[in-house]
Every structure is written in structure tokens, then in C-alpha cells.
Design a protein around this ligand. Structure first.
Ligand SMILES: Nc1ncnc2c1ncn2[C@@H]1O[C@H](COP(=O)(O)OP(=O)(O)OP(=O)(O)O)[C@@H](O)[C@H]1O
Ligand SMILES: [Mg+2]
Length: 253
């Protein structure tokens, strides 16, 4: 199953991606966490996983990747990212780092001033997700960049489920509405998780998401905030997250 975590900037996508990955692992799944955010670089810290070679860099950076794309036949990579289907075990070894049984793959990051647009990362994300085929007990969990960029690029089209993260801001509610409509128009499954929720505001948030599938609520948690602030590995497990993951995984059954 391929699951994309989406939502407004700062709503908690990366935090929940890590917590979901851990919970799904605990539930008996092999989890490949995919960093699909071309700007932010904090996911590996939150996950406590060493940085692997980025997939784009493995392919020769933007330049090398563009050249490969322009070749009519992928002679050097016939069963790879650009043609056919592949399994997690087929991925280049140097592009996977792991810790606590969770594997991490990073699509690519912006490195330099004036290096040009981030389109190659978007193209690579889409091609990667189109070609990767998880088997029964495997989950590909994609932490995306903020907003609906991955919708516009059609990257979410390659996923089986979109999980929209909604924090307590008007902007987040508006974006949830937009994501919901875009997903429905594309016949793509979408559900929502409320994050950073204090008891007094849960009802207000639920009312704002009226008519949308809300599968769980993650409380505002000081430990998560402090560990993230200090760039540390998240240590927390939350029963609410386990419950959400059970619901997500039911979809795949
Ligand atoms: N449940 C929570 N309780 C407390 N703080 C949280 C919670 N979830 C996320 N945060 C905090 O919110 C901030 C943003 O979290 P995170 O980086 O995961 O968001 P994001 O959606 O990935 O952001 P970006 O769009 O920049 O990638 C961090 O300071 C993080 O610690
Ligand atoms: Mg993030």
C-alpha cells in the first residue's frame, strides 16, 4: 500500500509520518518511509535514521537524471526506476538507510542558490511511486512537501490513499477542503487526521471538517514539540496513533 501524508506547512506531516511508520512497523508491516519534500531536511532527525544517498544524487543529480530521462531506452537501468515495476529490495542499497526496522529513502533536495526549479524531484517522485510495487505486508509512506504541490504534479495519483493532516488553523481547514475536492475529482481515497489537538478545540475542528472522513485525533504533545525543537529523534508512542494506523491499514485489507 502506498500512502501519502499531505497538509499545510507545519501541520505535522513529518512528525506523523515518523509516528505512523513506527506504529505500522509494530503492527507487523515492513515500512519504507519516503522523504518527498525537496526543501525540508528534518525527517531523518525525527526518525533517528542516518541520511542515505538521495535518489536524485544517485542518478547523477538533476543533470544526470534529465539526461537519463531523455534517453529513449534505459539501457543502463532496464529494470529500474524508469521502466517496469520494482520491489523495495530492488532499490539501490546506498539510497536506503534504516533504524529500528524502518527504512528511509530520500527523493532529493534543493542544494544550491540558482540551481533551477524543483521539477526533477517531482518527476522522480512520480516515476518512483509509479514503479514501486509494495507486496502484501509492505507500506510505502510518503512525507510530502507542504500544500497541494504533490496533487498538482499528479504524485498523489500514484498512491492508494492520501492522509490529510489538519492542525488547528483556518488555513489548514481551507486546504483540507481543497484536498478533499481534488481527491474526489480524481477518484482518490482520502481521509483526515486532526493534529495538535487540545480537548477544548476538538469539536470546533471536527465541525470545520464536516462531511469529510476523520479517522483520528492526535493530541498536542509537549515532548514531541521539544524533541523536534532540539532536532532529536522522537521517543514518544501515542495510543491514538496506533488506533489511526489500524484504521489506515484496514483500507488495504
Ligand atoms: N502532536 C503534536 N504536538 C505538539 N507539537 C507537534 C505535534 N505535531 C507536530 N508538532 C510540531 O509542529 C511543528 C511542525 O511539525 P512538522 O515538521 O512535523 O510539520 P510538517 O507538516 O512536516 O512541516 P513542513 O510543511 O514544514 O514540512 C514542529 O515544531 C513539531 O514539533
Ligand atoms: Mg515536513
Amino acid at each position: 500500500m502506498k500512502i501519502e501524508i499531505s497538509g499545510k506547512g507545519g501541520c505535522g506531516k513529518s512528525t506523523l509520518s515518523v509516528l505512523f511508520a513506527r506504529s505500522m512497523k509494530k503492527l507487523g508491516y515492513r515500512v519504507l518511509l519516503v522523504d518527498g519534500d525537496e526543501s525540508n531536511i528534518g525527517l531523518e532527525n525525527l526518525a533517528g535514521i542516518a541520511r542515505p544517498v538521495h535518489l536524485l544524487d544517485h542518478l547523477g543529480g538533476k543533470k544526470g537524471f534529465k539526461e537519463k530521462l531523455n534517453q529513449p531506452m534505459m539501457v543502463d537501468n532496464p529494470a529500474g526506476i524508469f521502466s517496469g515495476k520494482q520491489k523495495i529490495d530492488d532499490l539501490p542499497e546506498e539510497c536506503i538507510a534504516s533504524s529500528d526496522g524502518i527504512e528511509l529513502l530520500v527523493i532529493g533536495k534543493i542544494h544550491d542558490i540558482g540551481e533551477g526549479c524543483a521539477c526533477p524531484m517531482g518527476v522522480l517522485s512520480k516515476k518512483f511511486l509509479a514503479s514501486i510495487e509494495p507486496i502484501d505486508n509492505e507500506i510505502i509512506l510518503i512525507d510530502s512537501e507542504a500544500g497541494v504541490e504533490h496533487f498538482g504534479r499528479g504524485i498523489v495519483g500514484e498512491c492508494d490513499l492520501i492522509v490529510g493532516v489538519v492542525d488547528p488553523t483556518a488555513e489548514s481547514f481551507k486546504l483540507a477542503e481543497k484536498m478533499h475536492n481534488m481527491a474526489q475529482n480524481a477518484d482518490k481515497a482520502i481521509c483526515f487526521v486532526l493534529n495538535k489537538v487540545e480537548p477544548a478545540i476538538e469539536e470546533v475542528m471536527r465541525n470545520q471538517l464536516d462531511g469529510k472522513k476523520v479517522i483520528g485525533v492526535v493530541p498536542k504533545d509537549d515532548t514531541i514539540f521539544i524533541e523536534s525543537l532540539e532536532g532529536r529523534k522522537l521517543s514518544k508512542t501515542l495510543p491514538e496513533v496506533d488506533e489511526i494506523c489500524r484504521k489506515i491499514l484496514m483500507v488495504s485489507k
